[in-house]
Design a binder for this molecule. Sequence first.
Ligand SMILES: NC(=O)c1ccc[n+]([C@@H]2O[C@H](COP(=O)([O-])OP(=O)(O)OC[C@H]3O[C@@H](n4cnc5c(N)ncnc54)[C@H](OP(=O)(O)O)[C@@H]3O)[C@@H](O)[C@H]2O)c1
Length: 341
Amino acid sequence: MDSKWRVAVVGATGLVGREVLAALAEAGHPDTAVTALASERSVGVEAPYGHSSLEVEAATPEALRGQALVVLAVPAEVARTLAPEAQKAGAWVVDVSRAFLSDLSVPLAAPGFRGNGLERPFPGRTVRVPGPVALGLMRTVEPLRAAYGVTEAHLTALLGASSGGARGLTELEQTTAQLLSGRELEPTHFPHRLAFNLVPQVGPFSEASGGTLEELSWRAEVTLLWGPGAPPLDGTAVLAPLFHGAMLALQLRLEKAASLAEVRDLLRAAPGLKLLDVPTERVYPMPMLVSSDASILVGRVRASAGRADVLELVAALDGPAVVGHAAVAAGEELLQRSLPH
Ligand SMILES: NC(=O)c1ccc[n+]([C@@H]2O[C@H](COP(=O)([O-])OP(=O)(O)OC[C@H]3O[C@@H](n4cnc5c(N)ncnc54)[C@H](OP(=O)(O)O)[C@@H]3O)[C@@H](O)[C@H]2O)c1
């Protein structure tokens, strides 16, 4: 990014917004001017930015004016209003919500993947980034797809309370504390009590398919990112009573048999992945190992029931960190387009 860029992060007090600020600070573009925005409720709050902090301002139309890039890390209904405003003010807009999931004019931006929507012309200045499960799955599967071909993928995703934003964390904390003191609180954010429970519903159900919004989103995003020849992907999303992080259990059917040693070498060399795979020494991915880290931990690599063409593995990731970094990577690519060639 050039030093003249002004970048606004809307939702800077939220779980994803904080990770967007962390990724921007980490990228270390020296004189990029970053503004932290949120709702009126948060005006004056300090949002961490690298070793310092930024005072949060209200996300008014004036605050969006003059920005080269606006990253929206806000609820979908807020993104639907702010994206056109920021775009009209001349900014590139990166949205992390599902506001534009079925809007084909808003491309899915994922630099590094074959189906990166930034590779093709698109009409507006707004793009969206994939959710953390699609990104975790694609990063894990891509090196194996390239080496062996993948004909089918099956996924179980255990998602912690952070997948429901700051309110999700608060609800898990409060319901856990209340239950430990012998009282039960009615959930208001999740469909059922999450404390000491597992809930096989993330987002509303689609009556037509029986899947949830979360599950349908993975399928749609992975199909786009995979590009031509995307294999069928099926799976179940489950809310799990952990605060941060997620665990994916993956089964992949390959076009040809694979050697497990070679699979581990491919995963070890893949960008954004860290292989943790010495199960006998209790070394494997766990959400607690990846808090606020955008890497995807992979391990428990094995052949399914002795079949060398069917692999089982697990991956752990921190959703807000993965998405925050993906949003900054997409923003950097968009800003490069504005540089004179
Ligand atoms: N959490 C995840 O793992 C995850 C993963 C992928 C995508 N997402 C998506 O990312 C978005 C943010 O999620 P999150 O988990 O970060 O939620 P969050 O922790 O609840 O944060 C929401 C942020 O939006 C701000 N906000 C709310 N209403 C606003 C308004 N009217 N104007 C300006 N700012 C407003 C909030 O500001 P205040 O603090 O002032 O209320 C807060 O900064 C959502 O669309 C979510 O679906 C989340």
